[in-house]
Write a protein that binds this ligand. Structure first.
Ligand code: MG
Ligand code: ZN
Length: 374
């Protein structure tokens, strides 16, 4: 007994001394049952559980989110604030790093980090983005750009020329062809690169025909698109057409990565406007339905729906009815509540449970079967 005790003590000391304190925690994801050929990430900006609930009750007690077999929760905080902004929130999804609020595709030391969209491009997959904000706004920007501050819209636009996003639809034309900080015409540069480029001023989105062999970019507004309630109506079509485009565009049949954002659910929250939240939420829901239909037919597409954060501290107050939501708000900014994650298709099982927002990046890579470390 005494001998054993003496043997045990030095062992314990050695063990304690050897516990490493790594600067970076490498997250090893489990492998999916079946790999996903395509991954579609859908971000409802500012879409917390109450935004979802209000949309559901306002839609006959149903949302397409009910078709998702896997549901999880993510912890949305950023590197420098328990309450994240959309830049740090999207960079967590696109790069797998917690960074400071305002950061676009860079880590907490402002160093550029390769995004999952860029990695998909390098691996020969097709890539696409659709947003109801400008395409240079924080959420889409974080998938293609690397800038230290989210409001550097012209720098972000220039980064769209560095990564070949095959299909994109969103606002922000002015940051490409009416620039204040340089003389470049990125609109013309895109055309020179072989993009078919069009915009709201030339054609309505539904009148533009796409050629799946070339790349496609369409600007829906000079800066920020209108709210849904004021007539903006391209999200459903642009998203479902985009998924079909990317599916056919990819000659080598390697698959695609696509990010679709319902950008203005957040703006309804900032405005403390329940009706604004609900109308944006229902358009996003319709888009989710179309994307799930695509994934169901395709059988090789993982669809992940989540939000970067909640906005407004939104609540459904007593006296509300199914069709009459009495909304209340604690803030005109974001809050730090956990955020639901819904997954459908191959690899969806990885998204059950509670995890950091950065884990979504690792889970998507893992679903693709990309096992090497980043
Ligand atoms: Mg956004
Ligand atoms: Zn916001």
């Amino acid at each position: 007994m005494k001998k054993l005790f003496l043997l045990f003590i030095p062992l314990l000391i050695v063990t304690c001394k050897q516990i490493p304190t790594p600067a970076v925690v490498v997250v090893k994801e489990e492998q999916p049952v079946k790999k996903a050929k395509n991954v579609i990430l859908m971000v409802g900006d500012g879409m917390g559980l109450t935004q979802i609930s209000a949309g559901m009750y306002s839609n006959g007690n149903y949302l397409h989110l009910e078709r998702f077999p896997a549901v999880g929760l993510h912890k949305s905080y950023s590197a420098d604030n328990l309450v994240t902004d959309s830049a740090a929130g999207a960079t967590a999804f696109s790069c797998g790093v917690k960074t400071y609020n305002g950061a676009i595709g860079v880590n907490a030391d402002t160093v550029a980090v390769q995004t999952i969209l860029e990695e998909a491009e390098l691996k020969g997959l097709a890539t696409g983005m659709v947003a109801t904000s400008s395409i240079v706004h924080a959420t889409p920007a974080s998938f293609v750009a690397h800038v230290r501050y989210r409001k550097l819209y012209e720098d972000i636009a220039a980064d769209f020329l560095k990564t070949e996003v095959d299909y994109w639809v969103g606002g922000g034309k002015a940051f490409f062809n009416n620039r204040e900080n340089d003389e470049r015409d990125l609109y013309a540069e895109l055309r020179a690169k072989g993009y078919m480029v069009s915009d709201y001023f030339i054609n309505d989105f539904e009148d533009v025909s796409t050629n799946v062999k070339g790349n496609f970019a369409y600007f829906t507004a000079n800066k920020e698109p209108l709210p849904k309630a004021q007539g903006r109506d391209y999200l459903v079509r642009a998203a479902s057409q985009g998924a079909r485009f990317l599916d056919k565009h990819d000659k080598e049949d390697k698959g695609f990565f696509m990010m679709i954002e319902g950008s203005q659910i957040d703006w309804g929250g900032h405005a403390n406007d329940s009706d604004y939240i609900i109308s944006e939420m229902l358009e996003f829901n319709e888009t989710i339905g179309k994307i799930i239909d695509f994934a169901k037919r395709d059988g090789e597409t993982l669809v992940v729906v989540t939000a970067d954060h909640e906005t407004g501290g939104y609540a459904i107050n007593p006296g509300s009815k199914m069709d009459t939501i009495i909304g209340a708000f604690t803030s005109d900014y974001h809050t730090a509540t956990m955020i639901p994650v819904f997954a459908y298709g191959p690899g969806s099982e990885l998204f059950n449970g509670i995890y950091e927002n950065t884990a979504i990046y690792h889970k998507m890579r893992s679903a693709f079967g990309w096992t090497e470390e980043e």
